[in-house]
Design a protein around this ligand. Structure first.
Ligand code: FE2
Ligand code: FE2
Length: 275
């Protein structure tokens, strides 16, 4: 682990050359628009959640330094880079108004009460969240033919894997300190895996749709179809083994029981991505 003053984002928006975007390959791809716009909303709302986490871990200087010095900056940068991408490819979309509308509803989800009951379990929960985002961006990178988005989504996915590694490292420290048992860790991992397709994404889609295609904003059937199509794009480009390995890791199981526990987790993932 780096010392606190060494923390900084691993890349900068200035490193990206938006003039290289191959508009022909993406401009008419409405589902990619939704995948990128929704992700830009959830990422841009990261600071709501950071405050909760920083408060929760306030007595651990190293964790706070990392959350503030790298994690939060990178999550917000993910949001800003995706927003810039939307602005270049779909300039007619009123990002700010749609985001303000999203934030009005989303802010209510990010409450301290939603944190896990212990620090070790919260770190385990964060591992699941980072697995979800790493997987999402890996799938987005694989699904698009536009080279700049491929590159951007791959960069973000790598950042999310790196976040996972930090949360996992801290998880192990807290687990040792708290002596929290495997069954509680498993319960948290399972519940958070189930929540991967949660209100955040649904909330983002609704608000993006409201400003992208207002005439259909109240059309529940269209919204379901849109969301199902986006889910299919992610699912068909998933690397499920990578996600499974990442989710299972905090259990630190001996190899002989691993396949036994893998089964229910695999079923959960199946449910999350196929429903
Ligand atoms: Fe992110
Ligand atoms: Fe992350």
């Amino acid at each position: 682990m780096a010392s606190p003053e060494q923390y900084q984002p691993r890349w900068r928006i200035a490193d990206l050359d938006f003039s290289r975007i191959d508009l022909q390959r993406v401009r008419d791809d409405e589902y990619t628009f939704y995948l990128v716009a929704c992700a830009s909303f959830v990422e841009s709302g990261s600071d709501l959640y950071t405050h909760n986490l920083v408060d929760f871990f306030h007595d651990n200087e190293q964790v706070v330094a990392w959350l503030r010095g790298q994690w939060e900056l990178e999550e917000l940068q993910h949001g800003a880079a995706l927003r810039a991408y939307v602005a270049h490819v779909w300039p007619e979309f009123d990002w700010q108004s749609a985001y303000d509308s999203f934030l009005g509803e989303y802010a209510a989800y990010c409450k301290v009460e939603l944190l896990e009951p212990t620090k070790a379990l919260e770190m385990a929960a964060r591992c699941v969240v980072e697995t979800g985002t790493a997987t999402y961006y890996r799938a987005l990178s694989r699904s698009t033919k536009e080279p700049m988005l491929r590159d951007l989504a791959a960069r973000i996915s790598n950042d999310e894997v790196n976040h996972y590694k930090h949360f996992y490292h801290y998880f192990r420290q807290y687990r040792e300190r708290e002596g929290v048992g495997r069954s509680r860790v498993l319960a948290t991992l399972s519940r958070r895996t189930l929540e991967m397709r949660n209100e955040d994404a649904d909330c983002a889609i609704r608000h993006v749709l409201r400003f992208r295609d207002p005439a259909r904003a109240e059309d529940a059937a269209y919204l379901r179809q849109l969301s199902a199509r986006m889910n299919t794009i992610v699912r068909t480009n998933l690397t499920p083994e990578m996600a499974l390995r990442m989710i299972m890791r905090p259990l630190e199981l001996p190899p002989k029981v691993q396949s036994w526990v893998q089964y229910p987790i695999r079923q959960l993932m199946h449910y999350v991505f196929l429903r």
